[in-house]
Design a protein around this ligand. Sequence first.
Ligand code: MGD
Ligand code: MGD
Ligand code: SF4
Ligand code: MO
Length: 700
Amino acid sequence: MEPLGERQAACTLCEAMCGLRISVDGDRVAEIRGDPDDPLSRGHICPKAVALRDVQDDPDRLRHPVRRTADGWQRVSWREALELTAEGLAGARLRHGADAVATYLGNPGVHSLGTMTHGPPLVRMLGSRNRFSASSLDQLPHQVVSRGLYGDQWLLPVPDVDRVRHLLVIGANPAVSNGSLMSAPGITRRLRELRGRGGRLVVLDPRRTETARLADEHHFVRPGTDAALLLAMVRTILDEDLAAPADYVTGLDRVRAAVDPFTPERAAAATGVAADTVRRLARDFAASPAAAAYGRTGVSTQRHGTACHWAIQLLNIVTGNLDRPGGTLLARPAVDPIGRLNPGRSGRWRSRVRGLPEFGGELPAAALAEEIAAPGPDRVRALLTVAGNPVLSAPGGDRLDTALAGLDFMAAVDFYVNETTRHAHVILPPTPPLERDHYDLALHLLAVRNTARFTPAPLPRPDGARHDWEVFRDLARAYRRRVRGAGSWSDRLTLAASPRLIVDLGLRSGPYRLSLRRVAARRSGVDLGPLTPSLPGRLATSDHRVHAAPDALVAAATDAAAALLDRPSGPELLLIGRRHLRSNNSWMHNHPTLTKGGRRDHLLMHPDDLAVRGIADGERVRLRSAAGEVLVPVRASAEIMPGAVSLPHGFGHGRPGVRLGVAAAVPGASANDVTDPAVLDPASGTAVFNGVPVTVERCP
Ligand SMILES: Nc1nc2c(c(=O)[nH]1)N[C@H]1C(S)=C(S)[C@@H](COP(=O)(O)OP(=O)(O)OC[C@H]3O[C@@H](n4cnc5c(=O)[nH]c(N)nc54)[C@H](O)[C@@H]3O)O[C@H]1N2
Ligand SMILES: Nc1nc2c(c(=O)[nH]1)N[C@H]1C(S)=C(S)[C@@H](COP(=O)(O)OP(=O)(O)OC[C@H]3O[C@@H](n4cnc5c(=O)[nH]c(N)nc54)[C@H](O)[C@@H]3O)O[C@H]1N2
Ligand code: SF4
Ligand SMILES: [Mo]
């Protein structure tokens, strides 16, 4: 046993990527603290970081591969597990064609170096058009909008929170989520600093959230109607000659025409925000010397997600705040992937059942269940999931649950038996976060400051444990023995390399000409300074200009106008989601550090909405939509606007065969048994989790 030591690490549980210091006692974690010397996180951590130890020590976490048998899960060797998986995937391809094998890449994969480097080449090697990921349950509208405006889906401007003077937050709750598409550890402190320097925080959200409580101004917006409000703000700014866009912006005449239907009065009728308020919000935003509009999942995973994010970018563009310090800027990561990734090509193929177009090489995750279940010679027969739980995370999860049982073969790269992986024939569990090296290949692209940090694995891996990249590499080898010639030579080269080598090459060819050795020598990370202006140089459009009004985005606004304007709102309630500081998507609900402090899976409902239905606070209610229903406990709260109800996702753990220890005690209900896979944001194919029409009734 080694003596008690101090190790550096990075938290991989959300996008803030906080730096950690871990006291290690032999091969166990004694303590986890924030790293005060980390140039981005400056010592910040949240309660989830401490739960990394729970993940490490959890007896329910799989430590060796298992195969499903009639008598339950049986331990198998890595060799056997990899051969079985390769056989299952290759067999389906050889019998039914490459599209018979689907993949789903879940959210935590983004936070693992080895899955980032080795997952995509393995997936491409399978040669299937049926690729799915959490992107279409999350941020796809941002990518579609960036592709249209800036030429590349990964050119995602980040709010410059440390210098902004006026921050408009729409459908995001960074005080809880810790920021998303905006890696800003300690965001609560950063927001307080904003107000401390005389700046202004304005929040638009159907719930008076933890972030709204920090704000100067909060307005309730009827769920799913934000596009009307935001496009009316753009209209006001253009109408009142408050616009001051950069000279590399083209297409503003078409913007003007597209926003014309969105008068503040019509927006008010749709959203519940008064017309005078809409005008004032627009004027205040335009008047600030440094303003940023920022929206996240509340305005991504809704019916008009693409129109919302177009409007948000337009607010920044027309006021000249795009690419301005204190506005929104592009980060400049030390490993810069832009130009090497798919820039956001689309429509090259369509899904079999609904004919939905691909974007960036992927199909909407909301279509996975039907691609498996709908009969036909071309249906999906085999599935590989990596770091995900779409049975709880995708709309219509209950249908996916049923569909998975009908697969010929399924494998999962995951260290838990969850609601999805319980259907796998083989589960391949990689090393957990604290046993692997880390460099963040994705999130430095989205950070509010340019930094770079490499942390070697803080804990040794036990004998026989494998890293995810080794699993992908070895799976590719076993697969290629069966499907000769699969995979491009560059993907095979990548699969044969180590993540350290890939990061080193990326750093050396990156904008700062660093190397792994130089970055690793600064244990807390290298500070590369604040975000700096870089446009129009970095635009990926053919003419190096911002295309303010691409056809697809104009069409999304036209669609929003038809759906939202001059329509009386119906009698239904509108369902929205909710995140909690001590809950993480569909997992970690079995961890003692996080689950203390009572249930969080209740439906929030306004007291007036409860009263008219004769429902008492705390009762169990039936929550029903066109797609399905669940029974949930309800809690009265004036925090939520009348007409909206809020339920967190990721619960619904009480299914047979799931091994999640104490989570069985609070299984909760899955919000995605109520959300509807048939309804998408058509411009992006993103699932609709917010603004879902529902009824709530007493449960007899
Ligand atoms: N109704 C509703 N649904 C939603 C949302 C919502 O707001 N409302 N949010 C959506 C969003 S934004 C997202 S991102 C998705 C997330 O949904 P998913 O993509 O399904 O991601 P998770 O639920 O985080 O996946 C959890 C699984 O990942 C595994 N895992 C964790 N770390 C690792 C690792 O390092 N390696 C491997 N191989 N596995 C690992 C865990 O063991 C667990 O089984 O949910 C979406 N679903
Ligand atoms: N603790 C914790 N942190 C997390 C996660 C977690 O599960 N737990 N998940 C991580 C993931 S995968 C992601 S993608 C990010 C998400 O990061 P955020 O988007 O900041 O997270 P949410 O808390 O879901 O915030 C969405 C907000 O939108 C509001 N909203 C819902 N519908 C509407 C609408 O129609 N209009 C408007 N204006 N607002 C609406 C909701 O009330 C909520 O406050 O968080 C990440 N961080
Ligand atoms: S905010 Fe919390 S969960 Fe996110 S990276 Fe930091 S410590 Fe981890
Ligand atoms: Mo997400």
